[in-house]
Design a protein around this ligand. Structure first.
Ligand code: SF4
Ligand code: SF4
Ligand code: FES
Length: 277
């Protein structure tokens, strides 16, 4: 049971991948808990922490680890994490309650004092929660940081809240078809730095109608993430340019290994090698 089967990490995976504070550390005050268990090319958490409490290093696919003694629970890393995978837990909040701070990108935002529904990593109801702080400065770039107070026994389980007034807000959303298309200078494949304009040009020049064909022409999908990030957008661009539905297009062909590896690792002659995925 874990992220591969459930879509969210298990407590065991988190402890193994990112570390977990001791109860003594929890008793001292708020502390960041990183729940990022997959080796993705990403590291803003490391730069965001000016107390040097987050270590990721080289290569960029390393898993982040927290130095719990250096972390003071300032919450700055929460909105910096592109994966919304950082939480700050304060088990010293009161005798009976702990607080959990987490990223929240939905509208409307709750207000301090609101009673809301605390949900688990799986999105299941755990307990009632009281909002104690709502941080949403411009510097957080639309990723608000909410803090809720919950019964202490749920501090390792509750990681978000149920969205507010969902039915009311659904009516405000415009259908996807009404959104303007992706600008030509927008980078679609971040790994290879390929823009939407370059992909459109390739679709026209080579009559490219498959993700794999475009991959060979302009390298979109050939980067470190192997197209996991850009594949859907490339498919959408092909659909827009050719007037076909994405379900009619030839999907990308995924092949092992899931991450790039060196020949040395493949044949087992370099350190840490000998096994491939
Ligand atoms: S909560 Fe603050 S001190 Fe702790 S890891 Fe995040 S940015 Fe660093
Ligand atoms: S910024 Fe977030 S998603 Fe990226 S490596 Fe750090 S914890 Fe993981
Ligand atoms: S974004 Fe990673 S290969 Fe395109």
């Amino acid at each position: 049971m874990g992220i591969a089967t459930n879509g969210y990490p298990s407590l065991e995976e988190i402890k193994q991948a990112n570390g977990w504070p001791t109860e003594e550390r929890f008793a001292k005050g708020p502390v960041a808990i990183i729940e990022c268990v997959q080796e993705i090319p990403c590291n803003p958490c490391e730069d965001a922490c000016k107390f040097k409490a987050v270590h990721l290093g080289d290569p960029i696919t390393n898993l982040p680890r927290t130095d719990f003694d250096k972390c003071n629970g300032c919450k700055v890393c929460i909105p910096a994490c592109s994966g919304l995978a950082i939480f700050v837990v304060d088990k010293s909040y009161s005798e009976t309650e702990a607080t959990v701070s987490f990223p929240f990108e939905y509208v409307p935002l709750p207000k301090k004092g609101d009673v809301v529904k605390g949900l688990s990593r799986a999105g299941e109801f755990v307990c009632e929660a009281t909002v104690t702080q709502v941080l949403n400065p411009k510097a957080f770039d639309h990723t608000a940081v909410l803090t809720i107070a919950i019964p202490k026994e749920h501090a390792d389980v509750v990681r978000t809240i149920q969205r507010l007034n969902v039915a009311e807000y659904v009516n405000h959303f415009r259908p996807v078809e009404n959104y303007s298309s992706i600008e030509d200078d927008t980078v679609v494949c971040r790994c290879e730095e390929i823009t939407a304009g370059q992909i459109r040009k390739a679709i026209k020049e080579y009559a490219g109608e498959s993700v794999t064909g475009l991959k060979r022409r302009v390298r979109c999908g050939m980067g470190l993430c192997q197209g996991k990030t850009c594949g859907t957008l490339v498919t959408r661009l092909i659909g827009e340019e050719t007037g076909r539905r994405s379900s009619e297009l030839v999907p990308a062909v995924d092949r092992a290994p899931v991450r790039p590896i060196t020949f040395g690792e493949l044949v087992g002659t370099s350190e840490g090698g000998g096994e491939c995925e």
